[in-house]
Design a protein around this ligand. Structure first.
Ligand code: NAD
Length: 441
């Protein structure tokens, strides 16, 4: 059992902290957000992730996890301090490392015994060399502090499962001491560990995320071509998926990738390449395709509808994907302002994301239109002139083609997630537009 501190209680930090506690370590999670800390202490998770709250309560009751804003007490005698603070994108595409720098400074001023600092946040290659130097420059006590890289591969929506049953753990270290300590901390997880040097670990994270983003953009690019040449992207994807070299995952065409990671990590790697005098053409293409793809359905709809003014528009799904309350880089954030500007009266449904979304677009008038948040899908669809599907929540998938036909004033559906079979929509009498397939009228 090790004494572990975790800096940052977002999707990465909190899930890591809880999972470390679950396998028996003694964990203190640190956040600067006092309201969040109080919430967690009362057993409530500030983020939505399956089984997270349950494990928080179980491990808190067992005395294996605590939450605090007092970083000094958490860091001073920790064996390892994991950093999971944000590294958001800056206007030029580079990663903002100021949160990492603040934590590094706080660590340097707090540690009273030898410890390993483990960076879980996604940081540009070479950052951890600098973090180590930075900590050493500001160290108050003469103790040994080393920095390791341990990039995180969890996906929001299945974060706990992904952590406890990860396909691999990547550790990047520069000494045997650091490597041994990280190996021992991860031993109780019984998972494959890939041990490399720090820079390679940092690159593995970007190369993995960007490959997946590229795969999505590639399928979206092919989907757009399918529409033009009369092919069907779902049949194409099915045919491709049997090839083991391609694999069956991440072949779904749609309205582009969102979330906090793919958009910023593609831009960050492209930026890193540019800084090094190299042009990453493939990643640049993935970024461009994704940007266009996000408003593809809106553009299609505005061509055929001419105006959204005074139309009742049902929006199903707001989050960037199901299973999370996260809205970062969600397609809804791009499309809803366009619809409001055009005078649409939006009725939006999302099982968990509406509250966060209403902070950005408060209920009521917006632009020339308005937005209302509804807690059931029927209410959104009732008498609607058009429906947009942005997120493939189970509740949205459960809506039948007949429901659109029966409830809507005009059964016109723009589906960014290709949830329905064309013939089912056709048979129900729904005008249905999706991605990479022909439309039914
Ligand atoms: P997040 O924004 O959800 O959480 C960051 C947390 O850090 C916030 O609660 C914030 O209050 C806290 N914080 C900021 N400064 C702090 C400080 N000085 N001390 C303690 N806490 C502090 O971020 P996230 O989505 O968990 O992402 C964190 C990092 O992990 C990023 O680099 C991201 O790219 C990477 N990552 C994220 C995911 C994901 O799915 N979200 C997956 C893999 C990797």
């Amino acid at each position: 059992m090790y004494k572990i501190a975790v800096a940052g209680t977002g999707y990465v930090g909190l899930v890591a902290g809880v999972c470390f506690a679950e396998v028996g370590h003694q964990v203190t999670c640190v956040d600067i957000d006092e309201a969040k800390v109080n919430l967690m202490k009362s057993g409530v998770s500030p983020i939505y992730e399956t089984s997270l709250e349950e494990l928080m309560q179980k491990n808190y009751a067992a005395g294996r996890i605590d939450y605090t804003t007092d970083f000094k007490s958490a860091y001073k005698d920790a064996d390892a301090i994991f950093i999971g603070v944000g590294t958001p994108e800056q206007p030029d595409g580079s990663a903002n490392l100021s949160y990492i720098a603040t934590v590094a400074r706080q660590i340097a001023e707090s540690v009273e015994k030898d410890c390993l600092v483990v960076v879980k946040s996604t940081v540009p290659v070479g950052t951890n060399d600098k973090v180590e130097q930075f900590i050493q420059d500001f160290l108050v006590n003469g103790v040994r502090v080393e920095v390791a890289s341990n990039p995180e591969f969890l996906a929001q929506g299945s974060a706990v499962q992904d952590t406890l049953h990860a396909e691999r753990i990547v550790i990047g270290t520069e000494s045997k001491w650091a490597e041994d300590l990280l190996m021992k901390i991860y031993e109780p997880f019984h998972l494959p560990i890939v041990s490399v040097n720090r820079r390679s670990a940092e690159m593995i994270k970007y190369a993995s995320n960007d490959f997946l983003a590229l795969k999505i953009s590639y399928m979206n690019d092919i989907a757009n071509l399918c529409e033009l040449v009369g092919a069907d992207i779902q049949d194409v994807a099915k045919g491709m998926s049997y090839d083991e070299r391609i694999g069956s995952k991440f072949l779904n065409a749609g309205i582009g990738y969102g979330g906090s990671c793919f958009p910023k990590d593609t831009k960050a790697l492209e930026y890193i390449a540019r800084q090094n005098g190299y042009e990453l053409k493939t990643i640049k293409a993935a970024i461009d395709v994704n940007k266009e793809q996000k408003t593809m359905l809106y553009k299609k709809a505005s061509k055929s509808l001419i105006t959204f003014n005074l139309l009742k528009v049902a929006v199903l799904g707001l989050t960037f994907k199901p299973g999370t309350d996260d809205l970062r880089e969600a397609a809804s954030l791009e499309n809803i302002p366009l619809l409001l500007e055009q005078g649409a009266n939006i009725f939006a449904y999302d099982p968990v994301g509406a509250e966060n979304f209403s902070k950005v677009h408060p209920e009521g008038k917006g632009g020339r239109g308005s937005i209302t948040y509804v807690s059931n899908i029927e209410h959104a669809l009732q008498d609607a002139n058009v429906c947009f599907i942005f997120t493939e929540w189970g509740e949205v998938k459960a809506v039948t083609p007949e429901n659109y036909k029966d409830l809507m004033r005009t059964p016109l559906v723009y589906d960014g997630r290709n949830l329905y079979r064309l013939e089912d929509m056709q048979n129900a009498g729904v005008e249905y537009h999706s991605i990479g397939r022909k439309s039914t009228v």
